[in-house]
Design a protein around this ligand. Structure first.
Ligand code: HEC
Length: 114
């Protein structure tokens, strides 16, 4: 009986160690994504919020596109529209660089896909 408990405890210890290691190896990637989304939130607040709404809450009644409607697989559409402009939205080409546009995308995904 004691042996069973002991090996059970050991197994549990190993499992904890495994989960912990997994968390350690995963977190740097998550931290990078997180800080990118944070940078994106700031750029969004300065550049996009006036037309697309504070913190992605679009209250334009449909005049400007609700960015929360972009699905995860619409990354390319997002980058295209932002880079080239669309109808009433000016192009951001030359104002925002690729990294800044990606940061805004990361912010949208981090907010919508919670
Ligand atoms: C001057 C107001 C204005 C600003 C500022 C603005 N937008 Fe827009 N945006 C619009 C309007 C209006 C539309 C809808 C265009 C249309 O009629 O399809 C739109 C549409 C979009 C679309 C969807 C286009 C599509 O594929 O249908 C994206 C993506 C977008 N904006 C991203 C952004 C981002 C990112 C920013 C900040 C860098 C930004 N917008 C800043 C007005 C603005």
């Amino acid at each position: 009986m004691e042996l069973v408990i002991k090996s059970g405890m050991r197994l549990l210890g190993m499992l904890c160690c495994f989960v912990w290691c997994l968390a350690l190896t995963q977190s740097p990637a998550l931290a990078v994504e997180g800080s990118r989304a944070k940078a994106g939130a700031e750029i969004y607040a300065q550049r996009c919020a006036p037309c697309h709404g504070e913190e992605l809450n679009n209250v334009s009644g449909g005049w400007s596109f609700d960015l929360r409607r972009l699905r995860p697989d619409e990354h390319d559409r997002f980058v295209d529209s932002v880079t080239s402009g669309k109808d009433n939205m000016p192009s951001w080409y030359g104002i925002l660089n690729g990294e800044e546009i990606e940061a805004i995308w990361a912010y949208i995904r981090a907010t919508v896909d919670k």
